[in-house]
Design a protein around this ligand. Structure first.
Ligand SMILES: CC(C)(COP(=O)(O)O)[C@@H](O)C(=O)NCCC(=O)O
Ligand SMILES: [Mn+2]
Length: 932
């Protein structure tokens, strides 16, 4: 894909592309000569920054205490992954006990539904956790809902809640670790409240857990004894099929092919999924012909499977674990052990039957030679030879069965695969070879959890079977928040369930997937090891991941072509592109850590978490550099979201909290003057100024180094005005005249105001207050309902839906139009504010509303928006998207059913000029786009 940075000549809808213009280059040049340092200490920004100036000028030197509006310090929510509430945490039992169970009574995550697959080698756990619904008693929200016609009174208040499916595995030989884990997480207790998501309880009140696999029989008594739970046994084949069907239907990019080291995701069409052959490679192998949900037949199998590899491997090498054996194979040469066609044919191919000299004629066939001592065969070679033998054999039998039943697709699952590139290549090769290229092997990213997932699905009450495609949102992280230093005394206060299981590190370490050579996908998730090992088999390393279940997310109804929609403008498949972003994100990291730590008061704990976050995020980046598709198809949106997710993982709720607060205050202080200025203009000039103002104000972006440098240039209003004055039409895509005509009319054409506009807001401070609110005000003035759409969770300095009502309330103090509309939209509860003109007239019925978008990232994937936004969008006829994240990195090419105004600047990054790219700030506008 063409790089935006290299190819700025991208247009929308065939509109002529006009010359770009630069705004800030002189400013930056000046800054390069004379640049004061911007440093942070605690939450106070030192140095002659724009913010300090504005606060001094605009707020009469008010102290930090009095700043308005408040930000969302009251958000008691964990972001998109579990947060631990350690308050009232208590050690159960004896304090001197080595690994006591810790109860977390105030843990807000509502844990429910545990299912187990207890196999011969591994125990796989799937469990669901969700946040408790909070009462929707916010009057403001109720009014918005009524306005938007949201009938479902049970829908939760923002932010988005949903829940998570967790995937964890333990070695069966360490079943006690597994039981400790369940016990300390209280996974077996389910609950007895009205939530339909809770585990079942039997008639005598005992918890009943769904379980599959042979161990469900073998260990039933142990579970009863240790946890007091009964196992409701589900058939293994039923579970495998249910799990596979669920994954194929619900997870985008679940299935992929893997040939010669290349991984390619396959989009499975739900309507054309069946029949297929499911090959589950556990200790043994099952081959199942799947014809539909619950419709299947085990058509074949083989006793030569994962257990064979591990068992024979143990006999023939000194390996202590499966993963060690697998790792060994990566350094092996099977040619020293296998008899190849070339060995028989004197180095020649056997062309007549299509066998090359390097084809294995007989696995282990060379070991019959008496010339070599058995002890001289290298374990590495033995392991590889064994791996190839078993993989080829399984691939071949699978293909023959597919052929037997005329099946087009073969999906391979089971923990034998472990995301191991060589194993997948070998299976793929066999299928390709025997089918003469007609058939292709496909693999599943959650390969090892099919059975456990199927058992999980068998709970009747949870309704997961109703899930629509793509309602499960994958997390890139998926492990546990923090692993803390284990110190006996301090531990009592700070202990988390995680510590009970991960005791090896001496500092906080982040469980991140390591780039172990030859390993790919979820099977490769590992904890960074001080031992330097890349494949480990200890229990902590086996915990593999989380899927986010967000049942309330919906496809944005104004997408012109939802099926073809691709949010990412750049998919980072181009390695130089990935390298570029790797550098950008790495360079930004120290500053982000400083801000994150400051946002948590700069405590020692936050410093440790900041440090751990930096290491975790760097490790993720390194992993992705090595294997971009490691966590699914990678786009820039995913990469930027990963950073936010990672911050939340380390319990940084809002790194930019105080910065946002200051910028809001500073911008609100200058808003009245701006409104006066705008009102003194003619309608036409004002409209143009407002559109340009949106872009000018978007320059306050803490995610961009060039923008941050600009902050030193003057006060917020000075920079805003300077930026606005530099705007010159024609813009790169310029339909302003058509927009103006619709808004103001021309000649005998009457104005045709929009019915409802969705304004996707971006940054806090100037961006929303000086850019978007004045535009909203103008639209309201024309009788257009305005819905401000903001993030559900913090991301960089983006304003959140939680913060917006207070900002609007403050702005409304200076503006009647905003006040009336905000009251009508239910944003001003109890008409609690005093307007400058003292009027309480509520005559306007054109409402101004706030709706959360359902995400916590600088970008937006419009396939997954909140139900509130989806409802609001149905009647919208104008969409305004602003910012790099929402209008450039994502949705640059998105076509909507209704009119859309895309506003974003573009940083032109000249790469390959030394390690750090030279940044120039260029401003581009992508304004009015008529799609209809
Ligand atoms: C993270 C961002 C997408 C946020 O931009 P926004 O959506 O707020 O306009 C942007 O700051 C960005 O792309 N930053 C990295 C590249 C740079 O330094 O310009
Ligand atoms: Mn932003």
């Amino acid at each position: 894909m063409a790089s935006l940075k290299e190819d700025p000549i991208l247009g929308i809808d065939g509109i002529t592309i006009k010359e770009e213009f630069e705004i800030a280059k002189p400013v930056i040049d000046k800054l390069r000569e004379d640049r004061p340092a911007l440093e942070t200490e605690g939450t106070v920004i030192k140095g002659e920054s724009v913010i300090d100036k504005v606060i001094e000028e605009g707020s009469g030197g008010q102290g930090e205490r009095d700043m308005v509006p408040p930000t969302c310090t009251s958000i008691h929510r964990s972001g998109s992954r579990p947060q631990l509430d350690l308050s009232k945490a208590a050690i159960e039992g004896n304090f001197e006990e080595r690994d006591p169970t810790i109860l977390l009574p105030n843990q807000s995550d509502d844990i429910s539904h545990l299912a187990l697959d207890i196999g011969g080698s591994l125990i796989k756990l799937v469990y669901f956790s969700r946040h408790q619904d909070r009462p929707t008693n916010d009057k403001r929200k109720k009014t918005v809902k009524e306005r938007l016609g949201l009938s479902n009174g049970n829908r939760r208040s923002y932010p988005i809640l949903g829940g998570r499916l967790h995937f964890v595995k333990f070695e069966t030989s360490k079943i006690n670790e597994c039981l400790d884990f369940i016990s300390s997480k209280q996974l077996h207790c389910g609950g007895v409240d009205s939530h339909s998501w809770h585990s079942d309880t039997s008639s005598n009140g005992n918890a009943v857990i769904k379980a599959t696999g042979g161990g469900a029989y073998k260990y039933a008594d142990l579970l009863k004894e240790r946890l007091g739970v009964s196992l409701d046994k589900e058939d293994e084949m039923d579970c495998l099929v249910a799990g596979a069907n669920f994954l194929l239907k619900a997870i985008r990019h679940e299935a992929f092919t893997h040939m010669e080291g290349q991984k390619e995701f396959v989009q499975i069409d739900q309507n054309d999924m069946f029949p297929y052959l499911l090959v589950n490679i556990g200790s043994g192998v099952s081959m199942i012909k799947v014809d539909g949900d619950g419709k299947f037949e085990r058509v074949s199998g083989t006793n030569v499977g994962g257990g064979t590899y591990w068992g024979l491997g143990r006999l023939l090498t000194k390996c202590k674990s499966f993963d060690e054996l697998l790792e060994l194979s990566q350094r092996g040469d099977n040619g020293t052990i296998d008899m190849l066609v070339g060995d028989i044919y004197g180095g020649m191919d056997y062309n007549k039957i299509g066998l090359s000299a390097s084809t294995i004629a007989s696995s282990f066939g060379k070991a019959i030679s008496e010339k070599k001592e058995l002890t001289n065969y290298r374990p590495e070679d033995i392991s590889l030879s064994l791996l190839r033998m078993i993989s080829y054999n399984i691939g071949q039998i699978s293909y023959l069965n597919a052929l037997r039943f005329g099946l087009k697709r073969i999906f391979f699952g089971g923990f034998f695969i472990r995301g191991h590139a060589y194993t997948m290549d070998a299976i793929s090769f066999a299928v390709h070879f025997w089918s003469k290229g007609e058939a292709q092997a496909m693999f599943l990213r959650h390969e090892g959890f099919l059975g456990a997932l199927g058992a999980f699905m068998s709970y009747e009450k949870h309704g997961l079977d109703d899930l629509m495609v793509h309602q499960l949102v994958e997390s890139y992280l998926g492990l546990h928040p923090v692993k803390r230093k284990r110190k006996r005394k301090r531990k009592r206060k700070r202990i988390s369930w995680m510590e009970k299981f991960v005791q090896k590190g001496t500092e906080i370490t982040a469980p991140v997937p390591m780039a172990s050579s030859g390993t790919t996908g979820l099977g490769g998730f590992e904890v960074p090891s001080s031992k330097g090992g890349t494949l480990r088999s200890d229990a902590s390393a086996l915990n593999v991941g989380v899927l986010h279940l967000v049942p309330t997310l919906e496809v944005f109804p104004q997408l012109a072509d939802p099926k073809m929609y691709e949010p990412n403008t750049i998919d980072l498949a181009d390695h130089s592109e990935l390298e570029y972003w790797f550098t950008v994100l790495s360079d930004h990291l120290p500053d982000l850590v400083d801000k994150a730590v400051a946002s948590e008061g700069g405590t020692d704990d936050s410093k440790r978490r900041g440090d751990a976050f930096a290491r975790a995020f760097s490790a993720h980046l390194a992993r992705l550099m090595e294997e971009p598709a490691a966590y699914g198809k990678l786009g820039l949106a995913n990469l930027l979201e990963l950073r936010e997710e990672c911050l939340r993982e380390f319990q940084f709720v809002d790194a930019y909290r105080s910065i946002k607060q200051r910028e809001n205050e500073a911008s609100l202080a200058v808003l009245p003057d701006l409104l006066v200025e705008l009102d003194s203009m003619t309608e036409e000039t004002r409209l143009l100024t407002l559109i340009e103002g949106v872009l000018a104000a978007n320059i306050f972006d803490w995610g961009s180094r060039a923008c941050v440098e600009l902050y030193h240039k003057g006060t917020i209003i000075e920079i805003y005005r300077m930026s606005r004055n530099k705007m010159q039409r024609p813009w790169r895509v310029d339909d302003f005249d058509a927009f103006k005509e619709r808004m103001l009319g021309s000649g005998d054409k009457k104005p045709c105001p929009h019915k409802r506009a969705l304004l996707f807001v971006d940054n806090s401070g100037a961006d929303v207050i000086l850019g978007m609110l004045p535009l909203a005000r103008e639209l309201l003035r024309h009788g257009t309902e305005v819905v401000l759409v903001a993030n559900s969770l913090p991301a960089l300095n983006d304003v959140t839906a939680m913060e917006l009502p207070d900002i609007v309330a403050e702005a409304a103090k200076h503006c009647d139009i905003l006040r009336r509309a905000a009251e009508a939209g239910g944003l001003l509860v109890d008409a609690m504010i005093n307007t400058s003109d003292g009027s309480k007239d509520n005559s306007s019925s054109v409402p101004l509303m706030v709706v959360e978008n359902g995400c916590g990232s600088p970008c937006i994937d419009l396939r997954q928006v909140s139900s509130e936004l989806a409802a609001a969008a149905k009647d919208a006829d104008l969409i305004v998207l602003e910012g790099m994240g929402r209008a450039l990195h994502t949705n640059f090419n998105t076509r909507f059913k209704c009119e859309a105004l895309k506003r974003c600047r573009r940083n032109s990054n000249l790469r390959n000029e030394g390690h750090i790219p030279r940044l120039e700030l260029k401003i581009y506008s992508l304004p009015v786009v008529y799609n209809s």
